[in-house]
Design a protein around this ligand. Structure first.
Ligand SMILES: Nc1ncnc2c1ncn2[C@@H]1O[C@H](COP(=O)(O)OP(=O)(O)OP(=O)(O)O)[C@@H](O)[C@H]1O
Ligand SMILES: [Mg+2]
Length: 649
């Protein structure tokens, strides 16, 4: 069996480490090797130390070793070779060797053994062992390459920034998970490997998952949007891609996960903002028209009431019409606030002062079984807002809180300075980083479901019985906050209560002085007033009210016409009473031109509505006298008198 042919190509180089104490035997072996055609390089060693030193110097093609020597042995030599991890052919060439010894030498790792008396076998044995050693070397190299490749692929999986795992098709058991999954879900690798994929879903989503898996029997390429649950119970939105992957002999599915929670949240915020914008535009348009109509209805009611004698039974009917009109005017005002089309007079103000003022009447609103607590930061920064709007906002929030605490509870109003940073801004649409004043109104009431929270700020959204709520309270709060360039967020849990947080940008400016109103002066009816209004009914009504008092009234339906009339009028004009938004040139622009011609002219603007731009650009300022539509004859008269009494010098 162990015979083979002689080496086919003679004179091949062979470096042999010879472990042999007998010089004569060594010579015989070398001669035999030469006879076989090897070109021998050889070193003879007889001790462990000498062998180690020789191996160190290497490289060697093979080791030929005597079995036992006075100071060394084949088994000891083999031990050294193995310890140094050198896989060289090791052939024992011994004078005497019993069968059992030979077998145990082979077991210990020797590749062959032969008797010194039968050296003819040496050539073929070496030939074969060199070939085997070469094969072993190649296999080792291949395995090394495969190991390296496997490590790189494992790194692709383990170190991938996207969470990934493989689960078993039949059992739904996790078979492997990567680091990103461990980080995102909070489970350790061992936790995962003891779980099934159903365990990272909200319980209510599991049936849908199982149904989906059942459908996928034929086609395992899947991508879809799912909700997952982390170890802490947080629900996250994920986009998942998966496909079949045989894994360690099991039928696996590879899943790659993309966490889109943050993106979804911002998208939802964006959609919500867009929706509010659209409803706002609609509501603002309606409110504008209603305002003009209501000014007419209420105005003519008042004129009639003046004409009808006391005791006339028709007065009651008129009062009814008037009450209805006033109620409608209140709703219209809320709608305008929501659509941010309310004409406002922003001032630099101290929110704490407004809260303290408003709190005096809040006690009356909330009733006895609600405790009111305030926590107002002493150094709270200034904000720019309309004081009337701010107290309206506070009242709306407080009324809601009261309605939520039917069995009493605690109402807390707080202010604080806060810095909203880049991180916060990146998480909240429409937030500009910077210093803000936070106003928080909290209650311990019934709280709200997520569904109610989602629609809270929509106009006419109410959960209250018909007649109890119009659903305009929070819509107008929303509009007021937005018009003041602020943001509002709600935190609520059913049964736990609600907190509304409003952030208004801080302004670095001193408080606006309250303008002193000049006392109305009687007997200025000799004045001439130019009325400019593009709504014919309102123009007529306004002129009628003013003429009835005794003023001389000129009227125009546009800025252009007003300029012509002023140009043609030889006498003085004391007051311009003009609408703000008109076809053609705006009221404020007209006022500027007329003042240039008539420096003593007083100006009063009237509007129920204005484009944001006019307010934002400060055309309507605190110092501009202003009448909000719808107005009553009394208010009109009073404003006109005030303006005339402060005549420009
Ligand atoms: N503090 C709160 N606690 C619980 N639910 C609230 C709270 N504030 C508002 N809500 C819910 O939001 C809905 C809308 O509130 P909003 O103030 O806009 O309208 P409303 O109070 O129903 O009517 P309106 O204010 O016009 O009289 C309410 O019907 C209620 O369901
Ligand atoms: Mg309300």
């Amino acid at each position: 069996m162990r015979t083979g042919s002689l080496p086919s190509s003679p004179h091949r180089a062979l470096s042999v480490l010879l472990v042999e104490d007998s010089e004569v035997d060594a010579e015989l072996i070398i001669q035999e090797l030469r006879r076989c055609g090897y070109d021998i390089t050889c070193e003879r060693v007889q001790t462990a130390g000498a062998m180690e030193a020789a191996l160190e110097r290497g490289p060697w093609d093979l080791v030929l070793s005597d079995y036992s020597m006075p100071a060394f042995s084949a088994t000891a030599a083999l031990g050294i070779l193995q310890r140094l991890n050198q896989d060289l052919p090791f052939i024992i060439v011994s004078g005497t060797i019993g069968e059992e010894t030979a077998v145990s030498a082979l077991k210990a790792g020797a590749h062959d053994f032969l008797a010194k008396g039968r050296l003819a076998r040496l050539g073929p044995a070496i030939e074969r062992e060199l070939r085997d050693a070469e094969e072993r070397r190649q296999r080792r190299q291949l395995k090394h390459l495969l190991d390296q490749q496997a490590a790189s692929f494992r790194a692709l999986f383990e170190g991938n920034p996207l969470p990934m795992w493989v689960y078993e098709l039949e059992t739904l058991q996790f078979l492997a998970v990567n680091d990103a999954a461990v980080r995102l879900y909070g489970y350790s690798r061992d936790d995962f490997l003891a779980m099934r994929i159903t365990e990272i879903r909200p319980a209510e989503d599991v049936p849908a998952l199982l149904a989906n898996l059942a459908q996928r029997r034929d086609n395992w390429e899947h991508s879809g949007d799912w909700r997952h649950r982390t170890k802490l119970g947080q629900v996250i939105d994920v986009e998942v891609k998966s496909h079949r992957l045989p894994f360690n002999g099991r039928s696996g599915v590879l899943v790659v996960v993309h966490d889109v929670t943050e993106r979804k949240r911002l998208e939802a915020q964006f959609l919500q903002a867009q929706k509010m914008e659209a409803i706002g535009r609609l509501a603002g348009g309606i409110a504008h028209d209603f305002n003009n109509l209501l000014t007419g209805i209420l105005g003519y009611c008042d004129l009639l009431l003046v004409d009808l004698p006391e005791g006339d039974p028709r007065r009651d009917d008129l009062e009814e019409i008037k009450r209805g009109g006033e109620h409608a005017a209140g709703l219209t005002r809320q709608l305008l606030a929501f659509s941010r089309k309310q004409v406002i007079a922003p001032r630099v103000l101290d929110l704490n002062a407004i809260i303290t003022d408003t709190c005096r009447m809040l006690g009356r609103i909330v009733g006895e079984d609600v405790e009111i607590h305030t926590g107002l930061a002493e150094d709270v920064g200034h904000v720019s807002a309309d004081p009337g709007q701010m107290s309206q906002l506070l009242v709306n929030l407080v009324v809601n809180a009261r309605d939520a605490m039917t069995d009493g509870g605690k109402l807390t109003i707080e202010t604080n300075n806060v810095q909203l940073d880049e991180h916060y801004a990146s998480m909240h649409l429409a937030v500009v980083p910077g210093p803000y004043v936070m106003l928080a109104v909290s209650d311990t009431g019934c709280g709200m479901s997520p569904e109610v929270q989602a629609r809270l700020f929509e106009p006419f959204f109410t959960t209250k019985e018909p007649g109890k709520g119009t659903g305009l309270g929070l819509a107008s709060v929303y509009g007021i906050v937005k018009q003041s360039r602020g943001n509002i967020w709600v935190y609520s849990e059913p049964g736990r209560g609600t907190t509304f947080k409003i952030f208004l940008p801080q302004v670095d400016a001193p408080l606006t002085e309250t303008p002193k109103l000049a006392a109305p002066v009687k007997g200025q009816t000799a004045a001439t007033i130019l009325v400019v209004e593009d709504n014919p009914a309102l123009e007529k009504l306004t002129c009628r009210i003013l003429r009835r008092i005794g003023y001389t009234v000129l009227s125009a339906s546009s800025a252009e016409e007003a300029l012509q009339i002023s140009g043609a009028h030889k006498g003085p004009i004391d007051l311009l009473l003009s609408d703000v938004v008109m076809r053609g040139e705006s009221g404020p622009a007209l006022a500027n031109q007329l003042i240039a011609q008539r420096p003593r002219l007083q100006v009063v603007h009237m509007s129920g509505y204005t484009e944001d731009a006019i307010v934002r650009h400060g055309v309507i300022t605190v110092s501009t006298a202003f009448i909000e539509k719808p107005f009553t004859p009394d208010v009109l008269t009073q404003k006109v008198q005030e303006a005339l009494s402060g005549r420009r010098a």
